[in-house]
Design a protein around this ligand. Sequence first.
Ligand SMILES: Cc1cc2nc3c(=O)[nH]c(=O)nc-3n(C[C@H](O)[C@H](O)[C@H](O)COP(=O)(O)OP(=O)(O)OC[C@H]3O[C@@H](n4cnc5c(N)ncnc54)[C@H](O)[C@@H]3O)c2cc1C
Ligand SMILES: *[C@@H]1O[C@H](CO)[C@@H](O)[C@H](O)[C@H]1NC(C)=O
Ligand SMILES: *[C@@H]1O[C@H](CO)[C@@H](O)[C@H](O)[C@H]1NC(C)=O
Ligand SMILES: *[C@@H]1O[C@H](CO)[C@@H](O)[C@H](O)[C@H]1NC(C)=O
Ligand SMILES: *[C@@H]1O[C@H](CO)[C@@H](O)[C@H](O)[C@H]1NC(C)=O
Ligand SMILES: *[C@@H]1O[C@H](CO)[C@@H](O)[C@H](O)[C@H]1NC(C)=O
Length: 762
Amino acid sequence: MAGSVIVSAIGFLVLARAGAMAQMAEYTDPNTGITFQQIVKNEGGYTFGIALAESLGSDFIGQITGTGSEGWVSVSFGGRMIDSLLLVAYPNGQGVTASLRTAAHYSSPLLFEGDAILKPIPEGTFADSTGFSYTFLCENCVVDDLTFDGSDPVPFLGWAVSKNSVVDPSSPSSLLNYHDFYGMFGADIEAASSARFAEWAAMAADGPDFPPPPPGSGNGTFPDAPVRGQTYDYIIAGAGAAGIVAAERIAESGASVLLLERGAASFYASGGEVTVPWNDTVTVFDVPGILRFIPATPGTNAFCADTAAQAACILGGGTAVNGMVFVRPPERDFDDFPEGWRWDDVADAAERLYERNVHTLYPSQDGEYYDGVIYDVASKSFESNGWRHVDAIQNPNEKHMMFSRAPCGIVNGLRGGPVRTYLPLAQALDNFKLELHTKVIRAVRTNSTITGVEVEVNGAREIINVNQGGKVILASGAMSTPRILLNSGIGPSEQIEIVASGSTLVRLPEKSAWIDLPVGKRIQDHPLWTTTWNFTGEAARLPIVSTETLQDPSEEMVEQFAHATGVLAENDIRMELWADITPFDGVTRYVQVELYGKVTGQFNMDIFLTKGSTSRGELGITTEGATHFVKDPLMNTDGDNEAVNTFVETLLDYTHEPDAAFIWPGPGGANATASDVLKEMVSGIHVVASAPIGTDDGREGGHAVVDLDTRVYGTDNLFIVDASINPSVPTGNTMAITMLVAERAAEKILALSLDRCEGPQG
Ligand SMILES: Cc1cc2nc3c(=O)[nH]c(=O)nc-3n(C[C@H](O)[C@H](O)[C@H](O)COP(=O)(O)OP(=O)(O)OC[C@H]3O[C@@H](n4cnc5c(N)ncnc54)[C@H](O)[C@@H]3O)c2cc1C
Ligand SMILES: *[C@@H]1O[C@H](CO)[C@@H](O)[C@H](O)[C@H]1NC(C)=O
Ligand SMILES: *[C@@H]1O[C@H](CO)[C@@H](O)[C@H](O)[C@H]1NC(C)=O
Ligand SMILES: *[C@@H]1O[C@H](CO)[C@@H](O)[C@H](O)[C@H]1NC(C)=O
Ligand SMILES: *[C@@H]1O[C@H](CO)[C@@H](O)[C@H](O)[C@H]1NC(C)=O
Ligand SMILES: *[C@@H]1O[C@H](CO)[C@@H](O)[C@H](O)[C@H]1NC(C)=O
């Protein structure tokens, strides 16, 4: 029961876990006669019960129920979502579909591939219009490290519920949409043990027969989609950080631009509807101070169900849900880019971006900093250890043992970013059109010429063409743009074969026309460790604004917010610091730390390993059309390990000083080592490099997927402008550099049309 920390989606909600209390009650199910220890969650209309043998073996019996006729329910037998054995159940119209799964990242979990077997207990398994119940024997389900193991009499289990239908309710491997409700509970497994276990277990039937998977897509035995009459000069897939910037700049040229976004509106001003209880003209996306509530706010549907790690599928993409931290990239972040893309080449694009996309160290319009305790205490402490204050906006190149208030894109007290700073300018133009709820499936092409895109709207397919000489630009993000490429017959052939054999009904080009490029082969991300530390002495009593206060803000806070001031107008990252470390391999790495907190006396440090990291992974696709990591991108080199360990040992050294301002309260206590601190790593959700830019043409053994004009090698008119093309992780968070690269890409793409007189405008 040692204290540890779980991190939810986004590394956001952080629950300190000091030891579980049993929260279950005895319940005898009338249908099966089995006596469970059961948890009831009213928020999600959820119950889960467990029954075990008197001496814990590898099997147990469970019963999970949900309300309504759609959505899904889940239990994590290891507590957390990540690296735990999960059970997921959903109604399928006739009965219940259930599966065992695991997740390596905060995205739709994949089927569990170990020996565990689910056997339904028919008397307790049914679905009707009011709800559903799945009762099961789980054989070989107590699995090392993935579940409770008997060492703790009251282990934490996790629960999650979504009220939205899964993608394919009849398939046990269906993609799952994001949960609406989730949390943890203490499971009293001692009380759940019974001498009657064997008798109950004997009620289990052999596994359900799920219908055979649908035939592969590659056969082409499905109708062509109808073609829209209207055509466009430019079609851009994805209205996130990059897509909005590129679309607006291209629309400024007068060319007709269609921007397609698969998600819904986010900000109130863009048509978003999920308003906050205390102000009906702002959505949960608009209010900087409550950014961590987004994942758990029902109705937001902000996250993609089909990406390898967490990504946002809503207008604005990552910029609608992220921490708003806008880090101007240091010049060296362009050192890995090819010629024409080094700092001197992109400096003008940076100026254009910085001028338009407002960002500041002091988001409250009155220039005050509210909730300033963490910065005040931590900055003094780091200063006394030799760190320097550097304004991260004025001096982006300075990243050696420095700290700054967090630079953030906040405009008039509201979340900023491209939905606020670029999109309205585009929407004022007659030649620009944004279509929401429109998912681009593939680029339609004849050999190297792209003629348009195939899209899906409300389950129906349509083909939208570009004009003669027109261009298709992909901006769906580093984990979704690769899906569109593979669906277009572009990428490693083993991945395109999976599309061909899959269930997503994608019409691929003839095999002879596939373009063999290393899509996904060098994907990179920042690893993230969320760590919690305690202030000492007087500082431990200085008040820090709590989650509860933000959930139910006072009239004064609401009034301040209406004037673009106060703590609700501040995002909640109080301080950023960077350091550089050069381990044994001679490669300098940067570490970025974000400080924030919601508990008086404590603060979190989100530690990211950034520029210089040598770990890379590989992205692939599943037969359901989800991207997933064939090889995990995080922390697979010794140099990366040494760098981050060295950094954390330095932090621990500070805690040992006699006048230490903070201490490590977690496992190991005063004797903790870096490995105690670096226990739980997640994605920093700063994914890049799935389709790198470069001169080393990937068709000829190089790494590059796009050329210096951001055009996909082997095509005439398919371009990529999003985080996919960045060849390596930057020093800071990825939003600013992604927007900057999109500014530069728009300039390159427009110049191309002019140079060659082939553009739509001649
Ligand atoms: C939770 C979270 C927190 C983060 N915190 C920060 C932070 O504080 N600071 C920072 O700098 N960075 C942060 N990031 C990262 C940053 O937001 C991303 O790097 C950035 O948004 C990437 O930009 P992009 O244009 O490549 O992709 P995205 O912004 O992801 O945009 C892609 C867009 O394409 C749409 N799309 C996807 N597939 C399709 C399709 N097939 N058809 C049509 N549309 C499609 C998506 O819905 C989305 O709108 C965070 C990211 C997340 C997810
Ligand atoms: C596509 O390219 C192949 C090989 O170069 C060629 O034989 C074929 O005619 C081309 N198809 C079209 C429609 O241009
Ligand atoms: C369709 O193609 C897949 C593989 O590409 C194959 O497994 C399947 O049998 C084919 N189905 C039909 C009906 O031909
Ligand atoms: C709601 O927020 C908006 C945007 O900050 C503000 O203009 C408005 O006055 C607020 N309304 C109320 C009732 O507080
Ligand atoms: C750390 O701070 C929390 C919150 O104030 C407190 O509950 C806990 O006991 C502290 N731990 C230590 C080791 O000081
Ligand atoms: C740290 O180690 C010392 C020496 O082994 C031991 O006496 C002490 O109890 C340890 N402290 C903690 C907090 O574990």
